[in-house]
Design a protein around this ligand. Structure first.
Ligand SMILES: NC(=O)c1ccc[n+]([C@@H]2O[C@H](COP(=O)([O-])OP(=O)(O)OC[C@H]3O[C@@H](n4cnc5c(N)ncnc54)[C@H](OP(=O)(O)O)[C@@H]3O)[C@@H](O)[C@H]2O)c1
Length: 334
């Protein structure tokens, strides 16, 4: 028997996520049955997509179940194995419970080499957020030298990589982030040409007119809402939008209206493509070799916020939805 701590979904949020949406329990896990492995969690990834999964609305993934552990990207260590593909001591990544230990059938579990990169990087630059940034920027935004690219949530897990990829393509890159320290980091460390603090700025349109005087040729959209409305009105002819997320709308009780003058899509011949990165898994190898090479060459920087302890995961997740993380948010479980 192994005692595990789990974090369950106790209540579906109405509006903002609150602490009573989560419940901590301790459960005894049996030894792995045939085909199973027992995994000790090391790092848990906290991601914005978890918020829509807490409600029952129709989406591309089923909602989390009430009274069951939340799940997420986890890096862990196999502590016992009754599955011939895995041995005790292997480091693995997969969709596991928010828990100290998980019994798992091994499906979708992938071995990783901890010598290649620090463990949190496998949940950030080299993991799902990096893959999302690479696909959205290089395959959908397709920036060219001299073009202007806009990235919202510019220093987040996805945004920080997306912005640097646009710079590597020779574009002028403008972003927005939620405080001055993040904006300074975007310009000084990530190489953005400009970044504005969207929490201080009231008139997004005037700010974008100043920072993107020739219009916006490609938008990597992470935030949605009023920031996207202002960007949409400034898209150039033949502009591309990689619609990655709309975090400013995830906690809205009522759906937000889209931007006015949608006929602009026709007039300006816009391409607006929503995407879910899990639809593009066959490209994972290409992503890993391209982005891995950039990381090894020191051409991609990244920043993480590491929160200590599974018990602090709910608070950290609530903070993510308010911009309290700086870069990729992970929880160090053990
Ligand atoms: N389509 C896909 O397959 C896919 C995959 C991964 C992620 N995503 C989406 O990509 C976006 C970024 O995800 P991430 O993992 O990189 O998260 P993240 O940017 O590391 O963290 C979320 C950030 O969003 C910003 N934010 C939160 N509430 C906001 C609000 N009300 N208004 C404006 N900004 C707000 C905050 O940054 P500031 O402090 O800078 O405002 C916060 O730090 C999210 O929309 C997510 O859902 C999509």
């Amino acid at each position: 028997m192994t005692k595990t701590v789990q974090v369950l979904l106790a209540r579906r949020p109405q509006g903002d996520v609150t602490a009573d949406c989560f419940k901590r329990v301790e459960v005894d896990l049996a030894a792995p049955a045939e085909g199973q492995v027992l995994i000790r969690s090391r790092y848990l990834s906290l991601d914005p997509y978890m918020r829509p999964r807490m409600t029952e609305t129709r989406s591309y993934t089923p909602p989390f179940e009430l009274g069951k552990p939340l799940t997420g990207g986890v890096i862990g260590e196999i502590v016992a194995s009754a599955n011939p593909k895995f041995s005790a001591g292997d480091t693995v990544i997969g969709m596991l419970d928010w828990a100290s230990h998980t019994l798992h059938d091994g499906k979708g579990l992938r071995k990783i080499d901890p010598a290649i990169a620090p463990l949190p990087a496998w949940l950030g630059t080299l993991g799902m957020p990096g893959f999302t940034a690479w696909y959205g920027m290089n395959r959908l935004c397709k920036p060219k030298a001299g073009e202007t690219v806009f990235v919202s949530a510019a220093t987040g897990a996805v945004g920080q990589i997306a912005g640097q990829l646009a710079k590597l393509a020779g574009a002028r890159v403008v972003g927005c982030a939620g405080d001055d320290a993040k904006c300074n980091f975007a310009v000084r460390e990530l190489g953005y040409d400009a970044c504005f603090n969207h929490r201080l700025e009231r008139d997004y349109g005037a700010m974008l007119d100043r920072l993107c005087p020739k219009g916006i040729d490609a938008d990597f959209e992470n935030v949605g809402g009023k920031i996207f409305h202002a960007v949409f009105a400034r898209l150039s002819d033949f502009a591309r939008v990689a619609f990655c997320g709309a975090i400013s709308e995830y906690q809205d009780k009522e759906p937000m209206a889209g931007p006015p003058k949608m006929f602009a899509i026709v007039q300006r011949r816009l391409s607006i493509q929503g995407f879910i990165i899990s639809d593009h898994l066959p490209l994972m190898g290409e992503f890993a070799s391209e982005v891995g090479a950039l990381v090894r060459a020191g051409k991609l920087k990244s920043r993480e916020t590491v929160i200590d302890g599974l018990d602090n995961a709910p608070q950290a997740f609530m903070g993510l939805l308010k911009g309290e993380n700086f870069g990729k948010l992970v929880v160090k479980v053990a």
